[in-house]
Design a protein around this ligand. Structure first.
Ligand SMILES: *Cc1c(COP(=O)(O)O)cnc(C)c1O
Length: 393
């Protein structure tokens, strides 16, 4: 099929909600993708931070194929050893007590919102159901997670949204002002991804932890983008030296299969009891088989150290580029602000030159697969430098 034929089929049959790059991809290996014409691309995007082990890691592909040929789905009416193994690994790597499996980031956050509201009602009193989130945050596209998202442009057209959310600036004074006698939780990303790769201040995160404990409200960290090794630790709160009460995860968790997770610390492990929540597909055996390979790999002694070193290498090389005015982020979650040109146009040019790259607000956003090789990194960085150098001053 030619690119034009694919594009036409898309336009005829798919709701026009996505603005896509003019490329149709058909295969990939590691951090290199191939399009319908056989042209290759270096991948600094991993989908959107999803393919943590890159395209078609042999061990991952074999485990997923084996599970697909053994037992693909059973529902949550029965026990699944693949699901329980994935849960055990995830609890161990996160330091959390229990997990609920969903299928996406938004669903993981829906579970966190339900857990917080039930916690508030059960243990703090009737009406303790409101949640404070941060301005410029992103928590998903369902009606409730849109309400949690502290960016007005996402709210347009979809009123009435779920009530019970208010938005604070990323500092303790503003959070304190937003917290009322109805608040049950504060939810935040430690590095705002869609908001432009904006890391939270370390002192603020520690103060917030202490404040939530003191007020008996939940500290809920949305690790959907920052999680699963992305920032050089399994979850980004491990970089910040805090332990949240609730953690949500999705994107990189199963390296390309739909799996979300809402984890919680021991005191909250039984807040959501029988019949209060569920998911038809949640914790699907094939997705869990993929996640098991991801977690096995990330638990290897050098893996996360290697992510941190590669992250430093990327950050250094980006900062050296004349076309880049500043770099922010952590590990392999980086934002590079171009000195000139619009990020959208730069990303389009990068794709034309064989580099898949993301944008978020005013930055070029890099979320390469955690297994990106030095050679692929250098190739992709060379393409980016060349594109930035050819921009009109
Ligand atoms: C992507 C993202 C979500 C939404 O995840 P979906 O799987 O698209 O529902 C939620 N929170 C954060 C921080 C994200 O980056």
């Amino acid at each position: 099929m030619t690119f034009e034929a694919v594009k036409q089929q898309e336009q005829q049959n798919i709701m026009p909600v996505y603005s896509r790059f003019q490329v149709a991809l058909v295969s990939g290996k590691g951090a290199t993708a191939t399009d319908v014409n056989g042209k290759q691309y270096i991948d600094f995007a991993s989908g959107i931070g999803v393919n943590s082990l890159g395209f078609c890691d042999p061990e991952w592909s074999a485990a997923v194929a084996k599970q697909a040929g053994t037992l693909q789905h059973i529902s949550n009416l029965y026990y699944s050893p693949v699901q329980t193994a994935a849960a055990e690994n995830l609890c161990r790597l996160s330091g959390m007590s229990k997990v609920f499996f969903a299928n996406s980031g938004a669903e993981a956050n829906e579970c966190a919102v339900k857990l917080a509201r039930k916690y508030g009602t059960d243990r703090l009193g009737a009406g303790r159901t409101e949640i404070v989130t941060l301005k410029n945050s992103f928590h998903g596209r369902t009606v409730t997670t849109l309400a949690a998202t502290g960016q007005n442009e996402f709210h347009e057209y979809f009123a009435p949204l779920t009530t019970g959310f208010s938005y604070a600036e990323p500092n303790l004074r503003s959070v304190k002002n937003a917290v009322t006698e109805k608040t049950c939780a504060v939810m935040l990303e430690l590095i705002q991804g869609e908001g432009g790769v904006v890391p939270m201040d370390k002192a603020f995160v520690k103060e917030l932890r202490a404040f939530c404990t003191q007020r008996k409200i939940l500290m809920m960290v949305d690790e959907v983008q920052t999680g699963v090794g992305r920032t050089g630790t399994f979850y980004s709160y491990q970089n910040y030296g805090v332990v949240p009460d609730v953690v949500t995860s999705a994107k990189g968790l199963a390296s390309g299969l739909p799996l979300g997770a809402c984890l919680c610390a021991e005191p909250f492990a039984d807040v959501l009891g029988p019949g209060t929540h569920g998911s038809t597909f949640g914790g699907n055996p094939i997705a869990c088989a993929g996640a098991l390979v991801v977690m096995k790999r990330l638990a290897e002694p050098e893996f996360l150290k290697d992510v941190r070193e590669k992250g430093n290498y990327f950050a250094e090389k980006l900062a050296e580029m004349h076309g880049v005015s500043s770099v922010r982020g952590m590990g392999l979650m980086l934002g590079a602000k171009p000195a000139r040109g619009s990020v959208g146009e730069i990303a389009v040019k990068c794709v034309e030159h064989g580099l898949l790259i993301l944008t978020a607000k005013d930055v070029l956003r890099l979320l390469p697969p955690l297994v990106v090789s030095k050679d692929e990194a250098d190739k992709g960085l060379a393409i980016l430098r060349e594109v930035l150098d050819t921009l009109e001053p």
